[in-house]
Design a protein around this ligand. Structure first.
Ligand code: NAD
Ligand code: UDP
Length: 345
């Protein structure tokens, strides 16, 4: 077990010098695993803006230093390099567990590692929450519904998941993590919050992580062919990152009996061909659409039923796809023009 404290530096432990914070009832010390990733960095930023003290735990496998560079200016922000699958303790009041590769090429690159991250990561996080008596949030996924037979997907749907396919390390790993969360809640009284995230996009996605929105935007900006997999008739529903983070925070701060699992996503549903055409149009790109083979077990359709989020959290997404895409295109445009100014890419 590794001890993560401010006074006991460990191998590769990086904690910035902090100043004592006046204790206010609303101020909390919050651990965000996967905090250097796309979603994690937005969450850290939001929590810092709310005045909390935030520790980002990340192994920087798919996360990027540039995502959290600005946050490092705050004395309330701490960074720890650590693998969530290896036990640790931390002196915090709340945990958001986001550590896990999320893009299919990333999570399939080392599937056993992905499973270890999901399952052992969840166990370590739950043991920490149990020992400290604190609330813990799990970033689950719409992937737990697999290739869904029910459309749109409500939380009560148990899913249609292949247990032995190339996506299984992620889908089944996340399903197992949900099981662990609910067992710890039932058997050990841990206060849990489980969110099922539907496809989310926005600034700070990795330009090469292989997800569809980043792929199409980068291809359109470079004037390269837009790679639609299969016939492009498969659908996804895309949520802008700021809307998603608002849902996270609402769930974490909701009463204890609001545990989830709760879908957070934007029900606006598009085919991949439609998405390609929208991106080409917004970028005003000369790119042409080409078709590549459809990956194995690629879900045919996906759209969240968000009635529970509306009812329990008063949450609905606000940002329309066109507006969110414009913001994301500006981010990638800047990144591609001045890679050295923005980071290592
Ligand atoms: P991301 O790859 O940008 O972020 C994941 C972060 O976790 C990275 O910073 C990575 O370095 C870190 N990480 C991975 N394995 C780790 C380990 N073993 N120990 C410590 N850190 C580790 O992906 P993201 O889109 O920000 O996804 C964040 C979370 O949200 C993931 O759990 C993912 O499954 C979930 N999720 C995301 C989406 C989406 O559309 N973005 C959809 C469903 C679920
Ligand atoms: N996709 C595509 N071209 C790409 C990347 C992805 O057509 O360059 C498709 C992919 O086959 C899937 C959809 O877009 O049907 C969403 O893929 P992504 O990897 O973003 O997320 P997920 O499949 O996990 O929902």
């Amino acid at each position: 077990t590794t001890m993560l404290t401010k006074t006991e530096p460990m191998n590769a432990l990086r904690i910035l010098p902090g100043i004592p914070i006046p204790s206010a009832a609303s101020h909390r010390r919050i651990l965000v695993t996967g905090g250097a990733g796309f979603l994690g960095s937005h969450l850290c930023e939001r929590l810092l803006n709310e005045g909390h003290e935030v520790t980002c735990l990340d192994d920087f496998s798919t996360g990027q230093e540039r995502n959290i560079r600005k946050l490092r200016d705050s004395s309330r922000f701490h960074v720890v390099s650590h693998d969530v699958a290896t036990p640790f303790v931390a002196d915090v009041d709340e945990i958001y567990n986001l550590a896990c590769p999320a893009s299919p090429p990333h999570y399939q690159a080392d599937p056993v590692r992905t499973m270890r991250t999901s399952v052992l990561g969840a166990l370590n996080i739950l043991d920490l929450a149990r020992s400290r008596g604190i609330k813990v949030f799990q970033a689950s996924t719409s992937e737990i519904y697999g290739d869904p037979d029910i459309h749109p997907q409500p939380e009560a749907y148990w899913g249609n998941v292949n247990p032995i396919g190339p996506r299984s390390c992620y889908d089944e790993g996340k399903r197992c993590a949900e099981t662990l969360f609910f067992d710890y809640a039932r058997n050990h009284d841990v206060r849990i919050k489980v969110v099922r995230i539907f496809n989310t996009y926005g600034p700070r996605m990795h330009p090469e992580d292989g997800r569809v929105v980043s792929n199409f935007i980068v291809q359109a900006l470079k004037g390269e062919d837009i790679t639609v997999y299969g016939d492009g008739a498969q659908t996804r529903s895309f949520c802008y990152v700021d809307d998603l983070i608002e849902g996270f925070v609402r769930l974490m701060n909701a009463p204890n009996d609001v545990t989830g699992p709760i879908n957070i996503g934007n029900p606006g549903e598009f085919t991949m061909l439609e998405l390609a055409e929208i991106v080409i149009d917004l970028v005003n790109s000369p790119s042409r659409i080409v078709h590549l083979p459809l990956p194995v077990d690629d879900p045919r359709q996906r759209r969240p039923d968000i009635e529970v989020a509306k009812r329990e959290l008063g949450w609905t997404p606000r940002i329309k796809l066109m507006d969110g895409l414009r913001l994301t295109i500006s981010y990638f445009d800047e990144l591609l023009r001045a890679p050295s100014a923005t980071g290592a890419y």
